[in-house]
Design a protein around this ligand. Structure first.
Ligand SMILES: [Zn+2]
Length: 659
């Protein structure tokens, strides 16, 4: 087989004759191939995965008419890639698929006849006409070879897609130029003349019985042309990951490239935009987007074939893209996409302007197409801008894809007639009802209006929350309320109890600690002082410890008289302290047991009287406070009972618990 990547005869050198297509709806535009191998030998080895490549050196002829002016869409782009693939020995393992010119009929499955006619005419225009016409379009240059190269580039992608569909190869790489994804239905744009991927997609669907196509566009730029070609088509998913910058990055259509552009009519959700708000995104951000959005949607869609608009201008070192995707990152994305559609995957070159970056990136993809594992990535650690972008995409797309967890937490997501119920309110109501029916505990009426608003019927819940969404997955969520264990023990010993349970809230009020302290003072003054119990035990847990220390400071003499024991379980929170005043701090040291995990940073500090008597407990390391309460329960109550027994009868004592 002739492997010359840069033959000089100008003739096509592809030596593979495709197998007869299983289904065709018409035989027009079929190309007669020069035959190098018998089709029988292909049939015999059909079960082995094969990787195709399309390349034709004549695609270099399209160039800037001002030959001394360098243009980033450099004809060398495809030759450096081809040389890299050849020099590493990969080309020997690939099946060369012949490029050929797209026909008018094929191109016009996407483009208008006017567009086809205009491109055709450029072959015979004078230099002045070429310059004048190019200037009328957005980021286009033309010469007399442009039309031929554009037809070859587009036809090359079609041929590779056909070879994948008919089983000649399993997957493949189209090393073609000019690129395609900016080309609009009726005009060239952004270095693109015909929309190669869009035309190939329509050819497969019209002529080769392909129903559903998944197009993934990882070029740094949004593929405006491809998106528009399929915007209302429910059988084509167009998914683009691109630099967006609120519409300031090329092609600069703020509405079209945002995550809010989702497809129209029957095709809502079939356009998926992942718009990066800035440059500098890395492998981590792309892999995160793949894991959270691209792959779940691709599996749910279940395409017949996957085509990648494989620009390499998001690659590390690209002067235009300024992102940092490494060859390994591109390899991993290719690897993931190979799992879809029976492995039917085509990568078609789009942009990419650093010759070194694009050749290394393309090689990494080709190696994965050939069956090599992608090289190892570092730990995936997406940045905050990535997390927020993905959150917005999921929030928008979850209405159309079951695989994406619905994220409705803002009031604007409500549909008319839907009631938004606050989970914390729901749990408070449940808890109040339960405490009454089980233990006849009743809510303490709070005469203070402000306290009443904030603290009436407080409940505590722990739920399965998603790190990027703050949403609660109700089916996986349980209310773990350790308080019941304590209530049962205390009531079982015929003691009284005041239970104060404050759930953590997403937006912690600024004066949360002061409010909680005010609540405890209110309860002390109105319930404890009023009923005058002989003995009081204070138990604090979590954030509540600090407010409890505040109560001790505010009601010091009354507390020193009545409180026989204080137990503080701050968990990972700060260790509270009372006033340094000698009588109070001395009392607190002998009265208060502070139970701390051995790895609490507090142990590195100097422990003072006003911190109480602190105990280091290995078992509590990294344990949630709720679990600490269960773990310490038995020891704590044997300690409490000892104090109560040694100090006299306990029937009239109250225990106050603050969590
Ligand atoms: Zn690009």
């Amino acid at each position: 087989m002739d492997m010359d990547i840069d033959g000089t005869d100008g003739k096509p050198y592809v030596l593979i004759e495709p197998r007869k297509l299983p289904v065709t709806k018409g035989s027009r535009n079929r190309v007669n191939y020069t035959n190098g191998e018998s089709s029988n030998s292909l049939l015999n080895t059909f079960s082995e995965p094969k990787t195709g490549i399309v390349y034709d050196r004549r695609m270099r002829y399209h160039g800037n008419i001002h030959e001394d002016e360098h243009h980033p869409e450099d004809p060398k782009r495809i030759t450096v890639i081809q040389e890299k693939i050849k020099n590493t020995g990969c080309l020997n393992k690939m099946v060369l698929i012949k490029a050929r010119e797209v026909s008018a009929e094929e191109a016009c499955l996407v483009h208008t006849e006017d567009h086809w006619d205009f491109v055709t005419k450029t072959a015979h225009m004078s230099d002045n006409e070429l310059i004048k016409n190019a200037d009328e379009y957005n980021s286009i240059y033309l010469n007399n070879e442009t039309a031929f190269c554009a037809r070859l580039s587009c036809g090359g992608v079609i041929e590779l897609c056909k070879a994948v569909v008919d089983g000649t190869v399993t997957n493949g790489f189209a090393n073609v130029r000019p690129p395609g994804h900016h080309a609009e239905i009726n005009e060239p744009m952004g270095f693109c003349i015909f929309n190669n991927v869009a035309v190939a997609t329509q050819c497969l669907r019209k002529h080769y019985n392909v129903e559903k196509v998944f197009i993934l566009d990882w070029d740094i730029h949004h593929g405006n042309g491809t998106q528009k070609a399929f915007y209302n088509d429910p059988n084509v998913v167009y998914c683009s990951i691109h630099r967006y910058e609120n519409g300031h990055f090329y092609p600069g259509d703020k509405a079209l490239a945002n995550y809010t552009a989702i497809g129209g009519g029957e095709a809502k959700g079939k356009t998926i935009n992942i718009p990066w708000p800035r440059a500098g995104m890395t492998d981590s951000d792309y892999i995160f987007a793949f894991n959270k959005v691209v792959m779940p949607i691709a599996y749910e869609f279940s395409p017949d074939i996957v085509i990648v608009s494989a620009g390499f201008d998001a690659a590390e070192g690209d002067p235009i893209g300024e992102n940092h995707v490494t060859p390994s990152g591109f390899g991993h994305m290719t690897h993931m996409l190979k799992t879809l559609a029976n492995g039917k995957l085509i990568l078609a070159l789009e942009g990419g302007y650093n010759l070194d970056s694009i050749s290394k990136s393309a090689l990494a993809c080709v190696k994965v197409l050939l069956g090599e594992p992608p090289s190892k990535l570092g730990p995936i650690n997406p940045n905050q801008d990535c997390l927020e972008t993905i959150h917005q995409v999921i929030r928008t797309q979850s209405k159309y894809w079951n695989c994406l967890a619905p994220v409705y937490y803002a009031t604007e997501d409500r549909l008319p007639g839907q009631l938004l119920v606050d989970m914390a309110e729901m749990l408070k109501m449940y808890r109040t009802r339960n405490l009454y029916s089980k233990y006849k505990l009743i809510p303490v009426p709070l005469s203070d209006g402000k306290l009443g608003q904030r603290f009436t019927n407080l409940a505590c819940c722990r739920a399965d929350t998603r790190a990027t969404s703050n949403s609660i997955n109700v089916s996986n969520s349980y209310m773990i309320d350790t308080v019941y264990l304590y209530i049962e023990t205390i009531l079982g010993n015929n003691h009284g109890i005041i239970d104060v349970d404050v759930p953590p809230v997403v937006n912690q009020p600024k004066n949360e600690n002061q409010d909680l302290k005010d609540l405890l003072i209110f309860l002390w003054d109105n319930l404890i002082e009023a009923t005058n119990p002989k003995k009081v035990i204070l138990i604090g847990a979590g954030r509540g410890c600090r407010s409890l220390a505040g109560l001790i400071n505010e009601r010091d003499y009354s507390i020193m008289e009545k409180v026989v024991c204080t137990i503080m379980i701050p968990g990972p929170n700060e260790v509270p302290s009372v006033s340094k005043r000698t009588d109070l701090s001395t009392w607190y040291q002998s009265n208060a047991n502070v139970l701390l995990p051995a790895n609490h940073p507090f142990w590195e500090k100097k422990i003072k009287r006003e911190h109480g008597t602190c105990s280091k407990i290995e078992d509590l390391n990294n344990m949630p406070v709720q679990d600490m309460l269960v773990h310490l329960h038995n020891d704590m109550f044997s300690h409490i009972n000892q104090i109560l027994v040694n100090g006299g009868p306990a029937n009239s004592s109250n225990e106050e618990r603050n969590n």
